[in-house]
Design a protein around this ligand. Structure first.
Ligand code: NAI
Ligand code: MG
Length: 489
């Protein structure tokens, strides 16, 4: 498949319905909604609009598969084998999955193919290998007793995912859940349901039993809320906005579901005066513009030491002006459209606020073309900590440059946000790097790099950036319950 000739009409849409108990079924209400190609603003397909009734059927299927089905009785190693098979199947279909992802989300096809899909496949393989390595301890308690613990699957996992990395979010959620032995009710984002539905079909084809994976597409306040309120669902894993997590926390009060959240950020990317500046410029550029700026860990506050500011700006501006924005299926495109109209409007309103509040717009700041939600890569210089663009998560291609002079000042300013997802520091001073890594309140700290992800390395937030961790052993634990067994001897 040559990426140059791909367009909307080349991509096949095979699945648009709910996937419940291994079957494709329309929403009980018969309702559908449109999923749109953000590069053209044209409808791609009508998708089943799931609601409480559909979530109920999915939860019943998942509950039954967990309580009675072959899944919970299967040897752990065989469960792992099925996850490996799903990863292999995705690898066989990598081009068609990447094309479907790009069609629905707008991200460059080259990124879908060489970043999102390989990371997703790697994540599934990482957790597949874990399935038969989840075990408890024997504990020497007082008296003549034998005491041991078991790490058991938490049960039915409700999983609500966003639109910025649709396939990767499926892998981050299914990988640990399936390895732990859970069953799943997933609600994909309304903007990007297509690849999640396709992956459900691949899971069926490799032999993951009916009812283990169930997908209910639809909207947050209806289908999403029904997942959160359903008494048969034991745990909810959510990725998205912190305000939505606040609603979910309130709505889960009755069922007291276990909650894990991966939320937003306003991550500081700090460049000290002794940094390798070319590497730091590259890190600032990728750390913000990757995925059209739609990353929870985007380095959206770039702090540069005053003595290197002029040099930094010159290099960053040069790089940014060369960034190729356009048709996500073209081989040389580096930046596609934002995911939808509402994200486009939100970003443009922050660009206006930046200008109004006195920041200097060095490049970009406007729409690209007349069709599709394209925004020119934008750099604001002369940004202050109290400007809206320095405080709020913009989730778009808008990079803010701030300056600093000393270490104590910058550590305090880096932490001066209610978020705490990621942070980065650029310096050749090992002691300074460690001190920054220790004192910054963030779940991930990158030193002389940015956006280095690995399935084995836990990821998640301090403060209002989340609860719990995904990936790594920590990510698996979030899908297990500890059970203590004590036997009198
Ligand atoms: P959102 O948090 O509303 O949506 C994420 C998912 O949650 C979607 O599947 C949505 O349908 C679902 N949802 C929405 N309301 C719900 C509810 N009441 N109960 C259960 N599920 C619900 O995020 P949205 O509106 O797409 O984007 C708004 C902002 O959130 C973005 O501009 C960005 O700043 C941030 N965001 C952060 C993400 C991250 O990776 N941390 C991902 C997506 C958005
Ligand atoms: Mg929302």
């Amino acid at each position: 498949m040559s990426s140059d000739v791909l367009s909307q009409s080349d991509v096949q849409i095979q699945h648009t319905e709910c996937f419940i108990n291994g079957e494709w079924v329309p929403a009980q209400s018969g309702k559908t909604f449109a999923t749109v190609n953000p590069a053209t603003e044209e409808e791609i397909a009508q998708i089943a609009e799931g609601d409480a009734e559909d979530v109920n059927l999915a939860a019943i299927a998942a509950r039954k598969a967990f309580d009675e089905g072959p899944w919970s009785k299967m040897d752990a190693r065989d469960r792992g084998r099925l996850i490996y098979l799903l990863a292999d199947r995705m690898e066989q279909e990598i081009e068609s999955l990447a094309a479907l992802e790009t069609l629905d989300n707008g991200k460059p096809y080259q990124d879908s193919l060489t970043v999102d899909l390989p990371l997703a496949i790697d994540c599934l393989r990482y957790y597949a290998g874990y399935a038969d390595k989840i075990h408890g301890k024997t504990i020497p308690i007082r008296g003549n007793h034998f005491c041991y613990t078991r790490q058991e699957a938490v049960g039915v996992a409700g999983q609500i995912i966003p639109w910025n990395f649709p396939i990767l979010m499926v892998a981050w959620k299914w990988g640990p859940a399936l390895a732990a032995g859970c069953t799943v009710v997933m609600k994909p984002a309304e903007q990007t349901p297509l690849t999640c539905l396709r992956l459900a079909q691949l899971a069926k084809e490799v032999g993951i039993p009916d009812g283990v994976i169930n997908i209910v597409p639809g909207f947050g306040p209806t289908a999403g809320a029904a997942v959160v309120k359903h008494p048969m669902i034991d745990k909810v894993a959510f990725t998205g906005e912190h305000r939505t997590a606040q609603v979910i926390t309130r709505e889960s009060a009755d069922t007291l579901q276990r909650l894990t959240f991966e939320l937003g950020g306003k991550s500081p990317n700090v460049i000290f005066d002794d940094a390798d500046l070319d590497a730091a410029v590259q890190g600032a550029y990728v750390g913000l513009f990757l995925n059209q700026g739609q990353c929870c860990c985007a380095g959206s506050r770039v702090f540069v030491h005053k003595s290197r500011h002029a040099e930094f700006i010159e290099k960053l501006q040069k790089l940014t002006l060369q960034r190729k924005v356009g048709d996500p299926f073209a081989a040389d495109t580096q930046q596609g459209p934002q995911v939808d109209r509402s994200q486009y409007d939100k970003i443009m309103s922050y660009i206006e606020k930046g200008k109004e509040q006195g920041a200097t717009c060095l490049t970009g700041g406007e729409r690209v073309g007349e069709k599709g939600y394209f925004i020119a890569p934008t750099i604001f210089d002369g940004v202050n900590d109290d400007m809206a663009i320095a405080q709020d998560e913009i989730f778009g291609p808008v990079l803010s440059v701030l300056t600093f002079e000393d270490k104590e000042e910058i550590i305090q300013r880096a932490n001066n946000t209610f978020y705490g997802l990621a942070a980065a520091v650029w310096t050749r001073d090992v002691a300074l790097a460690h001190e920054f890594a220790t004192r910054v309140r963030a779940g991930t700290v990158w030193v002389n790099c940015y956006d280095v992800f690995d399935a084995a390395a836990p990821f998640g937030g301090f403060k209002m950036s989340g609860h719990g961790r995904e990936l790594g052993e920590e990510g698996l634990r979030a899908y297990t319950e500890n059970k203590t067994v004590t036997i009198a001897l």
